[in-house]
Ligand binder design. Structure first.
Ligand code: PMT
Length: 214
């Protein structure tokens, strides 16, 4: 049984040379994968496009789109005892990628977008019963949005990430997070490196998986 971790952005093609994506560097997810490996776990890291080297000892699966990440997650989820979803998956994709490069016509261009699969939201529905950890990247109403995601998606823990600043969150070496547990506990953590926070999150995952004594 392994730890399954998602990381990085997804890219949703618009035409052969353009895509929709976001600023995720993958650093948070790769740090989680490295921390879980250091803690002695088998790790499957399912990553969108990043420039990071694969963490040593980790099974890295590279994907590009949300659909590919969804399919890779569901292929490996039945073998996972813990799943941590730190990827910044696109919520919408172009409804149809143009087969040829889109040419300039007129002053505006309207794109039709459609929802991507909700990978975290589909984990419990697929029958997965291991530890489920989601992230919530928010620029407002951090705790309310994190609690909503925890309940709607059946998570044991949500890592609430205020991404409104420029020194933490996307594409930074440090992060500032609050842990929101299914039992209602809320634990803010001081700002720290993503490596240090990953170690804490992996340690908490191990604690949450210890069976309670009768
Ligand atoms: O990669 P870095 O540069 O190190 O940045 C780290 C980070 C800011 C990306 C990371 O700390 C973080 O906050 N990750 C979650 C980003 C996100 O898109 O959050 P969200 O609130 O939109 O999504 C909620 C949860 O659902 C997340 O666990 C996400 O992985 C998951 N999700 C979202 C959409 C989707 N279609 N499928 C999903 O599984």
């Amino acid at each position: 049984m392994s730890y399954l971790i998602t990381a990085g952005p997804t890219r949703e093609p618009l035409d052969p040379v353009r895509y929709l994506s976001n600023r995720s560097s993958g650093k948070m997810g790769y740090a989680l994968a490295a921390a879980a490996h250091t803690a002695g776990q088998d790790v499957i890291l399912i990553s969108g496009p990043t420039s990071l080297p694969a963490p040593g000892g980790v099974h890295l699966i590279k994907v590009t789109t949300a659909q590919e990440m969804h399919d890779a997650v569901h292929y490996h989820l039945p073998q996972a005892k813990a799943a941590i979803f730190s990827a910044a998956v696109a919520d919408y994709r172009p409804a149809a990628a143009a087969p040829q490069k889109i040419k300039k016509h007129g002053e505006t261009l309207t794109l039709t977008l459609e929802r991507t699969p909700d990978i975290l939201g589909s984990a419990r529905a697929s029958g997965y019963s291991g530890l489920l950890v989601g992230f919530a990247a928010e620029t407002e109403n951090l705790l309310a949005n994190a609690r909503g995601k925890l309940q709607r998606k059946g998570c044991d823990l949500i890592v609430a990430n205020d991404v409104s600043g420029s020194e933490t969150g996307f594409d930074t070496d440090e992060n500032e997070i609050t842990l929101v547990f299914a039992n209602g506990e809320v634990r803010p953590l001081p700002r720290a490196s993503k490596d240090a926070l990953a170690e804490i999150i992996v340690g908490i995952c191990a604690q949450l998986m210890v069976p309670s004594q009768p």
